[in-house]
Design a protein around this ligand. Structure first.
Ligand code: OAD
Length: 249
């Protein structure tokens, strides 16, 4: 049975759970897509772990600066805009993202729960103090460039990006809020995620177990066959605006 778009209009609390695929049409690489995914070309153990940073700070900092520069040049796409406008059409919407970019915010979404942190929220690797004034972006072609991280004004330790690396805990208040929303929503839209990274990947399952309807929007959706679980195969920037039209007009 296909998903009924009127479920959107009738929902009281919608959770939108996004992954890298929601930013793909903005030109931001996903992680696991064949050929284009970041983890096809780069080693996560080297670039996205505390051990990797300790081993080669300049390599890791340069890689995150490259990604930050790419995000700064990108713009929100129709999927980000559709999610922001959905928030104005339903009584309650909780936006939970695994993404470390700020494209949801730039599309107008507020109170975004960033499960994996944000690229532009730097802190000291040694004393963990947050850094308010961001260092300016390096210019020019950044791919493959080693850049020494700036130093903390308090302890002179190296700065690190405010993202969750492999082996690190997710920010507890953010994870709790996301789980709480999943357990109390009536509709969860899972957009552009492979659902392979825990604990984030369990959020749609929490919603399903608590009685919500779950809709996956993905060119290659994975569904369990549960009677309240649906999928629309397609790009988020095409499917979401279409759903908004069919659900509300
Ligand atoms: P993945 O790269 O694992 O998955 C991206 C998903 O997006 C895939 O299922 C694609 O089919 C789908 N996709 C691609 N283009 C799309 C489009 N235009 N519209 C909709 N979907 C599209 O990315 P995530 O699931 O976000 O962790 O990965 C989860 C985590 O793994 C990330 O947050 C990151 C990574 O390691 C950290 O940084 C801690």
């Amino acid at each position: 049975m296909p998903f009924d778009p009127l479920l959107l209009a009738h929902a009281r609390h919608v959770v939108v759970f996004t992954g890298a695929g929601v930013s793909a049409e903005s030109g931001i690489a996903t992680f696991r897509d064949k050929l284009t995914g970041l983890w096809e070309r780069f080693d996560p153990a080297q670039l996205a772990s505390a051990e990797g940073f300790a081993a080669d700070q300049a390599l890791v900092w340069g890689w995150y600066e490259m990604r930050r520069a790419g995000i700064a040049q990108a713009n929100p796409n129709p999927a980000h805009h559709a999610i922001a406008s959905l928030a104005a059409r339903v009584p309650k919407l909780t936006l939970v993202t695994q993404n470390v970019d700020d494209l949801h915010e730039r599309a107008g979404s507020q109170d975004v729960l960033h499960l994996h942190g944000r690229l532009d929220a730097f802190r000291c690797y040694r004393c963990a103090r947050p850094v308010e004034a961001l260092p300016p972006l390096a210019d020019g072609a950044l791919e493959g460039r080693r850049i020494e991280p700036p130093r903390c004004a308090h302890c002179a330790g190296p700065l690190r990006p405010g993202v969750v690396w492999f082996g690190e805990q997710l920010p507890e208040p953010v994870l709790s809020q996301a789980c709480e929303a999943a357990e109390h929503c009536d509709l969860l839209l899972s957009v552009g995620t492979s659902g392979l990274v825990q604990p984030a990947a369990s959020i749609p399952r929490l919603a399903l177990a608590a009685g919500a309807t779950v809709l996956h929007i993905n060119p290659q959706p994975q569904v369990s066959g549960h009677r309240r679980e649906f999928a629309i195969a397609g790009k988020a920037g095409e499917v979401l605006p279409g759903l908004m039209t069919r659900g509300f007009e």
